[in-house]
Design a protein around this ligand. Structure first.
Ligand code: CTP
Length: 210
């Protein structure tokens, strides 16, 4: 299968030296891309700024902002059968970009923000028979919120993770996820390495696609 995976955060510039972003390391999305390529799939990985090297055997596209992520995903969805959106796309960006570095000569400042595009939502019109899988990073009501995202975005699955845990989720090598699907009870997977989560998710995708 041709599988498109997104990973990492996006960065939304405030001025030439500052940006808004989040704690995503890209490890989960990269692990999915590696697992899928290892199982013989044709994999494209679109990633925000992370410190991970491009995986062998995976076509890797590097982007910076949510807007650039949208353009890249929109361009690649038509050529794939599966989209796995593991990226932690920033939801907000500064309303204006300051062309020069802002000096700290004021004691307080207010940053006006606007919403970034929702990438998954924006490419839904291209979905057709494709499998679309989202991630849900939550700190409370993890399964309930994931179920809402599943329904709202009409996805085949949402991989929900509780990012308030110290031993799983952001930055670390392990993850504890719950697979939320429309036609089965939520499946809580045990705490395991991101490599193992990725392998299990790719196998689930293969079964679901048959
Ligand atoms: N997502 C996206 N574009 C955004 C934000 C999120 O495509 N601007 C995708 C993520 O890649 C993920 C899914 O939507 O697969 C859910 O992301 P999450 O951040 O958990 O939720 P949001 O949809 O942003 O909703 P909220 O922040 O209210 O929880």
């Amino acid at each position: 299968m041709r599988i498109l995976v997104t990973a990492g955060p996006t960065r939304e510039a405030i001025d030439p030296v500052r940006y808004l972003s989040n704690r995503s390391s890209g490890k989960m999305g990269f692990a999915i891309a590696v697992a899928a390529a290892g199982r013989g799939h044709d994999v494209t990985l679109i990633t925000g700024p992370v410190s991970l090297p491009s995986p062998a055997g995976v076509k890797t596209v590097r982007i910076g902002t949510a807007e650039e992520m949208l353009v890249a995903v929109r361009g690649h969805v038509p050529g794939c059968e599966v989209l796995i959106m593991a990226a932690a796309v920033a939801d907000w960006r500064p309303k204006t970009f300051a062309a020069q570095k802002q000096k700290k000569d004021v004691t307080s400042a207010t940053l006006e923000l606007e919403r970034t595009p929702d990438v998954l939502q924006s490419v839904l019109p291209l979905k057709g028979e494709r499998l679309f899988i989202g991630f849900a990073a939550e700190t409370e009501h993890v399964v309930e919120y994931a179920q809402r995202k599943l329904v709202a975005k009409g996805l085949e699955a949402v991989v929900a993770n509780d990012v308030s845990r110290g031993d799983a989720g952001f930055e670390v090598d392990d993850n504890q996820v719950t697979l939320v699907t429309p036609d089965a009870a939520p499946e809580a997977w045990p705490l395991m390495s991101k490599r193992e989560v990725a392998e299990r998710l790719v196998r689930w995708v293969e079964q679901r696609a048959c």
